[in-house]
Ligand binder design. Structure first.
Ligand code: C5J
Length: 221
């Protein structure tokens, strides 16, 4: 059993049972011309965490541990995109419409790809998810069970939407969850801070948070 120096208290974990889940580090959220920018957001805020997310991924790679990358995207016929989701947002550039990086949030389009710096390596798991949560309508639960994973470290974007939803889904499924504080970001800094506070309040009601350097150090301690 290892102990990671986290908030609100130490996070105990077994090295062979921990996995990293990197949420939606896609061009559509991080680069100009994608889904995030179409909603009027400043994507530069999200670009800044790419090197830190890379450090976290490299720490898990060096330790030979399971890494999951998710992508929020829909089938080209949009059969998995509920009208209630598509109808919201920017009416001039909806999910499925053509933007500068191809069709917005559609699998196989350039915008749906993970940014090149964080591209999955062979053998790493890649989940395409139609919802905000990584467990909804995906094979993630089964893949984690097959690998006997009980502890999850989360990173990625955006903190209060897909990261928080996925972490709460995992929490309800019995996983011990830790969020890498500096490897997640929001277009709204106050929303990110609120999520960090919510997660670790009430005796870690959703889970723990810790900076990337402490997570990587604990993996290799
Ligand atoms: C959003 C996400 N923000 N990946 N998706 O719509 O957080």
């Amino acid at each position: 059993m290892k102990l990671l120096d986290a908030d609100p208290f130490h996070f105990p974990f077994h090295r062979e049972k921990i996995a990293l889940v990197v949420i939606d580090m896609q061009r559509d959220f991080v680069e100009p011309g994608g889904f995030g920018a179409s909603l009027g957001n400043n994507v530069e805020l999200l670009q800044k965490i790419v090197p830190t997310v890379r450090n976290l991924i490299d720490g898990f790679r060096a330790a030979g541990l399971t890494i999951v990358h998710t992508r929020e995207c829909h089938k080209p016929d949009l059969s998995d995109c509920p009208p209630a989701k598509r109808e919201r947002g920017n009416p001039a550039l909806r999910i499925g419409d053509y933007g500068p990086m191809g069709r917005i949030l559609v699998s196989g389009e350039p915008g749906a790809e993970i940014v090149p710096e964080l591209a999955p390596h062979p053998g790493e798991l890649v989940i395409d998810k139609p919802g905000k949560g990584a467990f909804y309508a995906t094979p993630l639960s089964g893949w984690l069970e097959e690998r006997d994973i009980s502890h999850l470290v989360f990173a990625g974007v955006t903190t209060e939407v897909c990261v928080q939803t996925s972490m709460r889904e995992a929490n309800d499924r019995g996983y011990h969850c830790l969020l890498a504080e500096d490897a997640t970001e929001s277009y709204f800094p106050e929303f990110k801070q609120a999520v960090l506070n919510m997660i670790r309040a009430q005796g870690a009601i959703v889970g723990w948070t810790a900076p990337t350097s402490k997570i990587v150090d604990a993996l290799h301690a």
